[in-house]
Design a protein around this ligand. Structure first.
Ligand code: AMP
Ligand code: ZN
Length: 115
């Protein structure tokens, strides 16, 4: 019950860890859309970008510093990769715990969005 990604952070729901520090957790997406598809989440639960404030804005710095670590760990940092946040219903968000998709492992990630 509750938030799936909070349950992944606590270990109640299993996941394949890629990287962790005291602020963030990164793990394999269960349904990868690219050869490398890792999700980066903050240990502080916020639903979406609208919940960011000046007081909690360090969440974004923590997430994106972890994105960089994940890219290096997965060896996609030099070639390049795509970083996606699906924010809100129209943005395609289905898990209501803010997360960053790190996707790569291809020479070309293709069109940015389906028109
Ligand atoms: P979003 O549409 O941005 O909310 O993306 C949610 C992502 O979570 C999707 O890419 C799913 O494949 C992924 N996902 C859902 N459940 C799990 C899980 N238990 N472990 C890992 N990834 C998951
Ligand atoms: Zn959560």
């Amino acid at each position: 019950m509750g938030c799936l990604f909070c349950n992944i952070i606590s270990g109640a729901t299993p996941s394949k860890k890629v990287y962790e520090n005291e602020k963030v957790y990164a793990f394999e997406d269960i349904n990868p859309q690219a050869p490398v598809h890792v999700l980066v989440i903050h240990k502080t639960h916020i639903e979406k970008l609208e919940d960011l404030t000046a007081a909690n804005s360090s969440i974004m710095a923590d997430l994106f510093l972890a994105v960089k670590e994940v890219a290096e760990i997965r060896g996609i940092d030099e070639k390049g990769y795509r970083v996606i946040i699906n924010n809100g219903t129209a943005g395609g968000q289905v898990i209501w715990h803010l997360h960053v998709h790190v996707m790569g492992g291809k020479d070309d990630m293709g069109p940015m969005v389906v028109r």
